[in-house]
Write a protein that binds this ligand. Structure first.
Ligand code: ADP
Ligand code: MG
Ligand code: MG
Length: 251
C-alpha cells in the first residue's frame, strides 16, 4: 500500500524529515508517536502533497510514485488527511462542503456526481458512525464547533470520502474521554482490508481504543523505534527521552 524510503523534507533550508522509512500493508493501522516538533505533522503534510517543502527520497503508493502526483491526484487516488487543527470556514455549509469534496473526487475518477438528495442519504448514514447530531450539517464548516465536534467532523468526512490511505493527525488531542471513544469507534468502524491508516498521536490513550498493528516512534525527523502496541504502553510509562539509548542498551 505505502512504502516510504529515505524521505527527507526541508522548509527554508531547515531539514525536518531526515530519512523516514516506513511500510504499510493493505488493511494495517500503524501509529506514529513522538515528542512535539519531531516531524509527525510534516510527514502527514508531505504525504498529501502540501506545498512549500523541498522533498527527496521515495514514496510508493499502490505502486505509483506518490511524490509526482498533485494534491488533487493524491486525493482522487484515495489519500486522506484528517487535520490536527481543522479549519473553520464561515459562510460555507458543512453539507455543501462535504458534497463538493466528494463530488470532486468522483469527477476525477470519472464517476457520476451525487445530487443533494442522494448525498443527504449518504451523509445521514455516515453520521451515525460518529454519533453526530444532523443539525451540524446545516452549520458552517467547523464554525463554533468544540474541539471534539471538529474532530468528529473530520472522521465524518473520512467516512464519506472512503479513502484507501487515511492519515489522522493527533485526532485525539483536546478530546475528552467520551469524544475520544466516539472518534475511535468511528475509526474502528472504518478499518477494512482495503484501507490502511496512519494514526499520529501524542498519547497512548487513543491506542487503547484503536489497537494498531505497529507503533513507530519518531524523533528529530526519523523513525527511531518500531514495535507492536506494547511499545506505546512502554512509552507512556517511560517517556520518549532515552529511546535511542534504550535501543542501544538492548543491542
Ligand atoms: P510534530 O507534528 O511532530 O509536533 P511538526 O512536523 O509540526 O512536528 O514540526 C517539526 C519541526 O518543523 C518543528 O521544529 C517545527 O517548528 C518545524 N516546522 C513545521 N512547519 C514549519 C514551517 N512551515 N516553517 C518552519 N518550520 C516549520
Ligand atoms: Mg505538534
Ligand atoms: Mg503535529
Amino acid at each position: 500500500m505505502l512504502k516510504i524510503e529515505e524521505l527527507h523534507a526541508s522548509i527554508e533550508d531547515k531539514e525536518i524529515l531526515r530519512g523516514v522509512n516506513l511500510q504499510l500493508k493493505p488493511g494495517e493501522v500503524h501509529a506514529i508517536m513522538g515528542p512535539n516538533g519531531s516531524g509527525k505533522s510534516t510527514l502527514a503534510s508531505v504525504l498529501i502533497g502540501r506545498e512549500g517543502y523541498q522533498v527527496s527520497g521515495s514514496v510508493a503508493y499502490e505502486g505509483q510514485d506518490l511524490l509526482t502526483l498533485s494534491p488533487e491526484e493524491r486525493a482522487a487516488a484515495g489519500v486522506f488527511l484528517a487535520f490536527q487543527h481543522p479549519v473553520e470556514i464561515p459562510g460555507v455549509g458543512n453539507m455543501y462542503f462535504m458534497r463538493t469534496a466528494l463530488n470532486s473526487l468522483r469527477r476525477q475518477r470519472g464517476e457520476e456526481e451525487l445530487d443533494p438528495v442522494d448525498f443527504l442519504a449518504l451523509a445521514q448514514e455516515k453520521m451515525k458512525l460518529v454519533e453526530m447530531d444532523p443539525t451540524f450539517m446545516n452549520r458552517s464548516v467547523n464554525e463554533g464547533f468544540s474541539g471534539g465536534e471538529k474532530k468528529r467532523n473530520e472522521i465524518l468526512q473520512m467516512a464519506i470520502l472512503e479513502p484507501k490511505l487515511a492519515i489522522l493527525d493527533e485526532t485525539d488531542s483536546g478530546l475528552d474521554i467520551d469524544a475520544l471513544r466516539v472518534v475511535a469507534s468511528g475509526v474502528n468502524a472504518l478499518r477494512s482490508e482495503g484501507r490502511s491508516m496512519l494514526v499520529i498521536t501524542h498519547h497512548q490513550r487513543l491506542l487503547d481504543y484503536i489497537v494498531p498493528d505497529q507503533v513507530h516512534v519518531m524523533t528529530a525527523g526519523r523513525i527511531v523505534r518500531s514495535g507492536d502496541k506494547d511499545l506505546a504502553v512502554e512509552l507512556e510509562a517511560h517517556g520518549y527521552t532515552g529511546t535511542q539509548e534504550a535501543d542501544a542498551d538492548r543491542l
